[in-house]
Design a protein around this ligand. Sequence first.
Ligand code: ITT
Length: 195
Amino acid sequence: MKIIFATRNENKVREVNQILGERIQLLSLQSINSTEEIPETQLTIKGNALQKAQYIHDNYGVDCFAEDSGLEVDALDGAPGVHTAYYAGPERDADANMQKTLNGLAGKTNRDAQFRTVVALILKGKAYTFEGIARGTIAMQKMGEQGFGYDPIFVPDGETRSFAQMSAQEKNAISHRSKAIQQLKAFFDDYEDLG
Ligand code: ITT
């Protein structure tokens, strides 16, 4: 089957493609000539995932899914959370975002955190959501070059390496995104009425 993945983040596309495998072919927003910014104005990660998918469905009349992800740090009361992409400013600079997170944890002993992904699917006019969480800790400093975003400072539970020190396969085996996308994949597997 083919379905639109409503994202402009190529890193997400790469990871989701690897997790979904060959049976499900992702179509880009370019394929429906969507180049505008998609609104993300909700107060929750789930709200933003639904807003992105609903926007594309409403404006282009296609089935699609979107995902919104965020880093939630316990000692920062769940920040950056829904503000993860632009935590240090509208430039959405990953280094500045990580530095702000590290600065916020200076002197704190509790460095526990989690990544949360919510996938929102609109299929034949109905909305479905799937959530994945990866628990871990925030490293003392950046470690590694793989992955994207906050990967260099996130050490998943049971590991000493950050996500950015892992291969794509290793991250995909345990990541928040993978847990949410596996549920989407299972949903598609069970959904008999696909065109
Ligand atoms: P969309 O077009 O899908 O909205 P985006 O990059 O704007 O793409 P989000 O709104 O979901 O994505 O912002 C999430 C931010 O969280 C993203 O910019 C990254 O900095 C960070 N992030 C998301 N997933 C991550 C991951 O697996 N590892 C590290 N950082 C991640």
